[in-house]
Design a protein around this ligand. Structure first.
Ligand code: GLN
Length: 188
């Protein structure tokens, strides 16, 4: 669990409820210890600054290129995208999944919302999804599997070992997405 900034504590609890070991990552050594990584929501620009400060940009880039299973939620999805609109001038992203995203594309904090999503990959009932200054997916490449959409916009996407959500799955009392990540992408 990348734990530099943002909403990581509840992700750790969700992963542990699914029966996997979760630990907080702040150094390259810790990053190497895991079989998978979760990038939380928060503020992608701040997270990027801290990734640079903690000298994690290149180690993370390498692990992603090597196919490390990763689940990026909200700001975490922005970090994994191919292209980011409305980022800082020097905003980088890792291009781990072929998505173009617009930061804060659903509007400002007051435009945050919740909705129920149908996700065939996890079955019924619908999943409650909380969007907080969420990134908007403006393009999904042909390799990207769209697992759920809201108003015809992809909000839950998979490409190989990379899973992304525009929303915050850790904020609801429903661990099915964490379980899906562990079972289908990490293959525990
Ligand atoms: N707007 C934030 C960003 O650009 C993401 C918001 C979130 O993670 N809830 O990083």
């Amino acid at each position: 669990m990348l734990a530099l900034q943002g909403a990581f504590a509840r992700h750790v609890a969700a992963i542990e409820r699914c029966g996997a070991e979760a630990f907080e990552v702040r150094t390259a050594g810790q990053l190497d210890r895991g079989d998978a990584l979760v990038l939380p929501g928060g503020e992608s620009t701040t997270m990027l600054k801290l990734l640079a400060t903690f000298e994690l940009v290149e180690p993370l880039r390498k692990l992603l290129a090597d196919g490390l299973p990763v689940f990026g939620t909200c700001a975490g999805m922005i970090l994994l995208a191919a292209d980011v609109t409305d980022g800082r001038d020097d905003q980088i992203s890792f291009g781990a999944i072929d998505l173009d995203v617009r930061r804060n594309g659903y509007g400002r904090q007051v435009d945050s919302f919740e909705t129920d999503l149908r996700v065939a990959a996890i079955g019924e009932p619908a999943l409650r999804a909380v969007f907080i200054r969420a990134p908007l997916v403006e393009r999904a490449g042909p390799e990207v599997e769209v697992l759920a959409s809201h108003d015809d916009v992809p909000v839950l996407c998979r490409s190989g070992s990379v899973l992304t959500s525009s929303f915050h799955p850790e904020l609801v009392d429903d661990d099915r997405l964490h379980r899906y990540f562990l079972d289908e992408l990490v293959g525990r």
